[in-house]
Design a protein around this ligand. Structure first.
Ligand SMILES: *[C@@H]1O[C@H](CO)[C@@H](O)[C@H](O)[C@H]1NC(C)=O
Length: 243
């Protein structure tokens, strides 16, 4: 009878984590970044690829780490989902001073710290993060992330990152790229409205010149030329069929 209950318990766990990556056996024990320097690791990171996590759906996912006065680390997690920007703040701490690259992270008072290990980073471009939780050494659920200081990484960097994970027996075959397009923070400029004809344009130029309004000429010229098929849209976003 007891065995049945244990199996039902395990089965429930497996089902509840089935959207995650789950494997039999205990967690792998990867190497972490030697001489990890927390201060250089702080700041903004963009998510490039990850093992799918149910609580992390969305696009334009970014994380900003900063040190609080009490020496804990604030982890601000920003993502866009269904057109809305969602922000969550968590706390990370170094759990054992002798292993500074093994952080723990929690997003509420009630949840225990989950592992948040820095496997490898150059601090300036890329970081490989790993988190694994095991259940009675029977199976484990893991998360892995490739983050970057910019919204994209060259394919060979991603390839190399996956090799590093694989070398440590971390299965990254189910890693998925994170869409970093269309961030509400760096929206492209919409083309300004230009309802006039070309001869109107030259007439306005003459008029603005006569009154010495050179700023107006400049603005108007940018607007006008962004509507011409010159192959250069002067930094304005152009609908595809117009290119
Ligand atoms: C990250 O968070 C810190 C502390 O809240 C803030 O001062 C900083 O401007 C943030 N950085 C970015 C790039 O958003």
């Amino acid at each position: 009878m007891k065995l049945v209950i244990v199996w039902i318990f395990l089965l429930t766990l497996v089902i509840s984590v089935s959207s995650q990556v789950f494997h039999w056996g205990p967690c792998p024990t990867p190497m972490v970044q030697p001489n990890f320097d927390l201060n250089r690791f702080l700041g903004k990171w963009y998510e490039i690829e990850k093992l799918p996590a149910a609580y992390e759906k969305g696009t334009c996912i970014e994380t900003n780490l900063s040190l609080r006065p009490d020496k804990t680390i604030s982890v601000v997690h920003i993502r866009t989902r269904k057109g809305k920007v969602r922000i969550a703040e968590g706390t990370a701490t170094v759990q054992n001073q002798r292993e500074p690259a093994k952080l723990g992270i929690s997003f509420s008072y009630f949840t225990p710290y989950s592992p948040y290990w820095i496997l490898s980073t150059d601090y300036d471009s890329v970081v490989l993060l790993y988190s694994c939780t095991e259940f009675l050494r029977i199976f484990h659920v893991d998360y892995a992330w490739i983050l970057s200081r910019s919204r994209s990484l060259p394919p060979e960097t991603i390839y190399h990152a996956k090799e590093v994970f694989s070398k440590d027996n971390i299965d990254v075959s189910r890693m998925v790229p994170t869409d970093q397009h269309g961030s509400p923070y760096d929206e492209p400029l919409a083309r300004p409205y230009w309802p006039y004809s070309t001869s109107d344009f030259w007439n306005y130029i003459e008029y603005f010149r006569s009154i010495g309004a050179h700023n107006h000429i400049n603005d108007m010229a940018r607007t006008f030329f962004s509507h011409q098929n010159l192959g250069d849209t002067l930094g304005y976003e152009v609908a595809e069929q117009q290119e």
